[in-house]
Design a protein around this ligand. Structure first.
Ligand code: V47
Length: 461
């Protein structure tokens, strides 16, 4: 069964109409379709197609996570021409974080730690294992999304062990999921020009395949908006789709918009139009990826919010701080509050769902009432918290993104609800009078929100 054909009546570009027909017939799109999307003059038609697919997977919802990005060092043994983050020993901006500094950054109510950094010249593999343990000890609740395939490959080399063993040891130390960085563009032409010392497409894909075989779910990225062609972008998506057909291990795809920095690679950053079409082409071609992320850090908040109508269903997270894009002069803020996340999602006409790193829904936030007259729009605070009302269809949804929404056991991140034995098993440090160890902020759902399970209960009574 395909996507409802009624959605596609107003497409002006004949190439998009053909894609609409294929979607309606449940046919898989090919590279030519992906190229047609990127080349189409009909931006609204592109959005209509991608949005139909997005809504067939995740309905009216858009996801975000309370997370913290940590880049433990910018020292890096390789030099990539597109990267302004990496430094060499002795550079003014070179830095290394201590274990205490890393642990300190995760002592806050978050559900995901995103840990990636440079390929350090002297740290042994054991140091990275210890990093995961230190994070686990400091915050046993947050899931750890750590190390790109490039780092995994580097660990295998410095420790002289196999990729499998690297994963076994990192999993034992607390690794939960893996981010999608380091993929850049799967093109030997571009690798030779910009990142010749970095692993190529085959190695990157093989490492993700191994992660999936070990039960580690991962993400994937594409670095676009520099010297790559549309053909290379689409070829990249095709290779990811192929691996996902085999393993099903990817959660999310994130097109990363190149930030110019000091590289002189291109004169201008990609346009918002290109950003939206790239998100849409990703949603349409990667029909087997549950989620497409609009990474606000690189797209900018406004385009990221719009992208939630062009095929994306996820804004990543609050992040806390970010060094890679900001070293390349990204103008987005260094972090966003959860209130701002709700606002960006609601402004796009979506219902916010706060998730964890494994895309388990933690809290569904309600949508504010529709303004009844245009004159009220200016005054409406779309970030306001209004008591939750969950769409009854949601509880029965079999949509892949919402697969865990009905499973109450998965909301067990509420430390305040855990028994002392469960807390002890998780090694939660407890301050006197504070059962969570994290202060009041972690003691329960945000004001005005609650879990879907709790709502279902209150509505039933
Ligand atoms: O691997 C480096 C890229 C990546 C620049 O998996 C640049 O959930 C743009 O992978 N302009 C790191 N991009 C970021 C990343 C990521 C971000 C958010 C979520 C996830 C996820 C992954 O950023 C690097 C590299 O590909 N990068 N320099 C630049 N100037």
């Amino acid at each position: 069964m395909g996507i409802d054909h009624g959605d596609f009546r107003y497409l002006t570009d004949p190439a998009l109409r053909r894609i609409g027909d294929k979607l309606a017939a449940g046919e898989r799109l090919d590279s030519a379709d992906g190229l047609a999307v990127l080349a189409s003059p009909d931006l609204l038609g592109v959005g209509r197609l991608a949005n139909a697919v997005k809504e067939s997977l995740s309905g009216p919802y858009a996801f975000f996570v309370l997370n913290r990005q940590i880049n433990p060092t910018n020292l890096c043994v390789i030099s990539c021409k597109f990267c302004d983050f990496a430094a060499k020993a002795g550079d003014d901006d070179a830095y290394e974080m201590t274990m205490d500094e890393i642990a300190e950054k995760v002592r806050e109510p978050i559900h995901e730690v995103h840990l990636v950094g440079g390929l350090h010249p002297t740290w042994p593999f054991e140091y990275y294992e210890e990093m995961l343990r230190a994070i686990r000890r400091a915050n046993p609740v947050a899931q750890i999304k750590a190390f790109t395939a490039v780092e995994i490959d580097f660990f295998a080399k410095i420790a002289k062990i196999s990729i499998e063993e690297v994963f076994d040891r990192l999993i034992a130390a607390g690794l939960d999921t893996m981010p999608g960085g380091g993929a850049e563009v799967f093109s030997e032409r571009i690798r030779a020009a910009l990142y010749r010392e970095k692993i190529g497409a085959d190695e990157w894909l093989a490492i993700h395949r191994t992660a999936h075989a070990k039960g580690i779910r991962t993400n994937a990225t594409l670095l676009y908006g520099h010297i790559e062609t549309h053909e290379e972008r689409i070829e990249h998506l095709m290779r990811l789709r192929h691996l996902q057909d085999d393993t099903g291990g990817f959660f999310s795809f994130i097109p990363l918009e190149f930030q110019l920095g000091y590289t002189n690679l291109v004169e201008r950053q990609a346009t918002a139009l290109d950003g939206l079409k790239t998100i849409a082409a990703s949603r349409l071609i990667l029909d087997n990826f549950p989620h497409i992320k609009a990474y606000w850090v690189m797209l900018g908040e406004e385009t990221a919010s719009m992208a939630l109508q062009w095929g994306a269903d996820d804004l990543d997270g609050t992040i806390g701080e970010e060094k890679i894009a900001h070293a390349a002069l990204a103008t987005s803020p260094l972090g966003l509050t959860s209130h701002k996340m709700l606002k960006l999602i609601r402004e796009a006409g979506r219902i916010p769902v706060q998730r964890d790193a494994r895309y388990r829904a933690l809290t569904v936030f309600p949508s504010p009432p529709e303004p009844t007259h245009w004159s009220q729009r200016g005054g409406l605070d779309v970030g306001a918290d209004i008591p939750l009302k969950v769409d009854p269809a949601l509880a029965d949804s079999t949509a892949v993104s919402l697969e865990n929404l009905e499973n109450e056991a998965l909301y067990s991140w509420d430390l305040a609800a855990m028994t002392p034995e469960e807390l002890a098993a998780r090694g939660v440090p407890r301050a006197p009078g504070d059962p969570t160890g994290f202060g009041a902020a972690f003691a329960g759902p945000a004001p005005g929100s609650t879990t879907p399970a709790a709502v279902a209960e209150s509505e039933a009574s």
